[in-house]
Design a protein around this ligand. Structure first.
Ligand code: NCD
Ligand code: ZN
Length: 361
């Protein structure tokens, strides 16, 4: 895959955790993902959230119609439902039957951006979770407790004992993705968990530790949830992502916010990385001396876990540095992308026109 000419060709990857937003903002950011990835798991935390299959189908149609002509047919959005206290088993059945909805997302109420409608107590979701278990629809988990008494840097670790372990015991057949893990505790947990448990890892959690929040002054563009952690945790994530372990895979959690909402007295959480996502992963894998493991992490482990076919197309990256723009358009606003104004060492070669991707189902 990597040859001496500085070219890296891999099976077209997928992004297993993505925020696209809606309307003009979506129109601005979608091409960044569609150029790099064949498919993406689309997060349902719109305002209002995507709680029904009908809403998911409508959102799916809006995403496809927001694709520019040159990318039409090259990107498949994989839809999710937002789990609430009142999600019914019938809604889960409709989701499965639609063929469009691949998973259901659990946000503990108040854990992150647009999560007010999230789950207040998992006990209230028993019937929906049972139906997901029965129909084999994976549950995607934002794994942080919301108890204000728990230190923000410990919220993921505590979630494992308080919520994740009881959940997996109660629903012994449910497939679960522990989303955007950030700690060595979560890495160890997934490694020792049964085969029905996997995790996504973002590029920013592989590249940055919590010092990046304070380097040279408070940096709101490095603020995301779960928040960046200590270096020992970054090291554990890097080891997991590059290990070849089949239950760790790529999920950018690219989360666009207007610059004015980030640079504010109450700056919101989310890092935008879609503009350089696979390039950033290539950089960290290369620095770890594990470039040979990138394809499995980015292109194989995700579809295998989701029981979807691997993609047949390819992308090529070249070893050439390029400068990330200072700002990117976001509808009528602007956003500050990850690595703004900095050099990235791998560059995407544009896909030959007409190349199409395999559709699920
Ligand atoms: C996400 C967003 O902005 O929607 N923010 C984030 O910091 N990751 C929500 C989320 O995935 O937690
Ligand atoms: Zn997210």
């Amino acid at each position: 895959m990597n040859d001496t000419t500085g070219k890296l060709t891999l099976t077209r990857p997928d992004d297993w955790h993505l925020h696209l937003r809606d309307g003009d903002a979506m129109r601005s950011v979608l091409p960044d993902t569609a150029r790099r990835f064949a498919r993406a798991i689309i997060m349902p935390n719109l305002k209002p959230p995507v709680v029904t299959t009908e809403q998911a189908a409508a959102y799916h149609a809006r995403i496809l119609s927001a694709l520019p002509d040159e990318l039409a047919g090259r990107f498949v959005p994989l839809m999710t439902l937002y789990l609430t206290d009142s999600t019914t088993p019938e809604e889960i059945t409709r989701a499965k039957e639609s063929g469009l909805v691949q998973a259901v997302k659990l946000y503990p109420a108040g854990a992150t951006t647009h999560s007010d409608a999230g789950v207040t107590d998992i006990a209230r979701c028993e019937a929906a979770l049972e139906q997901m278990e029965k129909l084999d629809i994976p549950l995607l988990v934002h794994g942080e407790v919301v108890d204000p008494a728990v230190d923000i840097f410990d919220r993921e670790k505590i979630f494992i004992d308080r919520v994740m372990i009881p959940l997996l015991q109660r629903f012994s057949g449910l497939r679960v993705v522990f989303e955007h893990i950030t700690t060595r505790d979560a890495v160890a947990f997934v490694q020792s968990a049964p085969g029905r448990v996997a995790a996504t890892i973002t590029a920013h959690h592989l590249m940055l530790n919590r010092n990046a929040l304070f380097a040279g002054g408070l940096n709101p563009h490095h603020y995301c949830l779960p928040v960046l952690k200590r270096e020992i945790h970054r090291q554990a994530l890097l080891e997991a992502a590059t290990s070849g372990h089949a239950r760790f895979f790529l999920g950018t959690d690219s989360a666009p916010h207007p610059v004015k909402d980030k640079e504010s007295a109450c700056g919101c959480a989310g890092i935008y990385s879609a503009h350089a996502a696979i390039e950033c992963y290539a950089e960290v894998f290369e620095q770890a001396g594990r470039l040979d493991q990138l394809e499995a992490f980015a292109s194989f482990h995700g579809p295998d876990f989701y029981h979807l076919p691997r993609n047949t197309g390819q992308i090529t990256l070249i070893k050439e540095s390029w400068r990330v723009p200072e700002q990117v358009e976001l509808g009528e606003d602007r956003l500050i992308p990850l690595r703004a104004g900095e050099q990235v060492g791998w560059k995407l070669m544009e896909c030959p026109p007409g190349q199409r991707v395999v559709r699920p189902g």
